[in-house]
Design a protein around this ligand. Structure first.
Ligand SMILES: C[S@@+](CC[C@H](N)C(=O)[O-])C[C@H]1O[C@@H](n2cnc3c(N)ncnc32)[C@H](O)[C@@H]1O
Length: 346
């Protein structure tokens, strides 16, 4: 999420957690307006490279303009980060020193009123990050059963009135616009009470369901670890507890040497840690940042570093990644890339 002037959220914290350094290679998996990307390029100059990914074509265009000064060091790809590995392999962009996920939608997407992300602006119920995707929010609202709708509102919006809202939606279909849906939710829950609009959770839930956000994050994190070189950093900024839980559980599991069910007498999983948590506790924005940019208030950052289990390193194909560790330290990953190319299952 960015502020209305497109100030990136937790910028300093993200740059520090990524340990951005001159000559490094980084992936911004959620390019948005290119705010974090610009700072990564600035801090990795000279010699830095950035692969920027966004599912929204207009974000790519916006970022292309913003990053014009770094044209030769940037590769921008309009795709879903759930295809991270395939994208890296296609463009020969691995291993990398850091990967950033700044999840959700940008202020640009929210404020533009396009695609129906905001209940405050009249628009058709779309909510797709990528307009080439088939499923839209209107398909869900007007096509799913009452039970499915209630589940989505409950699971993805943590909406206490999920059943009531789902019933009201079913009784008033077709619903075509954002404001129509917002009014309907408001009446279903008995009007506006607090500071937060009653449709906030419904809109979050529909956006998550439309874009398969949680499933995509899960897929992308698994791939991200594979793309990190030794000592590479993984940084995730999330804006609601569902995303944060996925990032937290993923990093915690990857930081453990065994992920067997508690009580299993002998380890049978054979799992070895591939990450080291950089901070046990979640990192939150400073009070000054929240004051300057209230949209940052829900931001939560988690960061981890790629590690290699020495025993596994000796005998596994992972060796390929780290074939020339000194070259990696000198930030010359060419040899590593060649080695991995020979190994990588494309
Ligand atoms: C919060 S914004 C990023 C803002 C950016 N860090 C900046 O500084 O301007 C999140 C961006 O991620 C994109 N996005 C969300 N889910 C995605 C996915 N699964 N694959 C690719 N891009 C995604 C959205 O389209 C949006 O542009």
């Amino acid at each position: 999420m960015t502020a209305s002037n497109h100030t990136p959220v937790m910028l300093e914290e993200a740059i520090r957690a990524l340990a951005v350094a001159p000559g490094g290679r980084y992936i911004d998996a959620t390019l948005g307006g290119g705010g974090h990307a610009a700072a990564i390029l600035e801090h990795s100059y000279p010699g830095g490279q950035l692969l920027g990914i966004d599912a929204a074509p207009e974000a790519i265009e916006k970022a292309r303009q913003r990053l014009a000064a770094y044209e030769d060091s940037v590769l921008l790809v309009n795709n879903n980060f759930s295809h991270l590995e395939a994208i890296c392999l296609k463009y020969d962009f691995f291993p990398v020193h850091g990967i950033l996920f700044d999840l959700g939608l940008s202020s640009m997407q929210l404020d533009s009123g396009q695609r129906g992300f905001s209940f405050q602006q009249e628009a058709s119920l779309d909510m797709r990050f990528n307009p080439a995707q088939k499923l839209s929010a209107a398909d869900i609202v007007n096509g799913y059963s009452e039970a499915e709708l209630a589940r989505i509102l409950k699971d993805y919006g943590e909406e206490p009135f999920a059943a009531r809202i789902a019933r009201r939606i079913i009784g008033h279909r077709p619903i075509n616009t954002t404001t129509e849906l917002a009014r309907l939710v408001e009446t279903a829950v008995g009007g506006r009470k607090g500071r937060i609009h009653p449709a906030t959770r419904t809109f979050q839930a529909l956006r998550i369901a439309t874009n398969g956000e949680l499933e995509n994050l899960d897929k992308a994190l698994k791939q991200a670890v594979n793309m990190l070189g030794f000592g590479g950093r993984l940084v995730v900024i999330s804006y609601h507890s569902l995303e944060d839980r996925i990032a937290k559980r993923f990093m915690q599991a990857e930081a453990r040497d065994c992920v067997c069910q508690p009580g299993t007498p002998v380890c049978i999983c054979g799992h070895v840690s591939r990450l080291r948590l950089l901070s046990r506790k979640v990192i939150t924005p400073s009070a000054e940042e929240v004051k300057a940019n209230p949209r940052a208030r829900s931001a939560r950052m988690r960061a981890a570093e790629r590690v290699v289990n020495q025993e596994v390193f000796q005998r596994s194909a992972e060796k390929m990644f780290f074939l020339d560790e000194r070259a990696w330290e000198r930030r010359q990953p060419v040899l590593l890339r060649q080695a991995l190319r020979a190994w990588a299952p494309v």
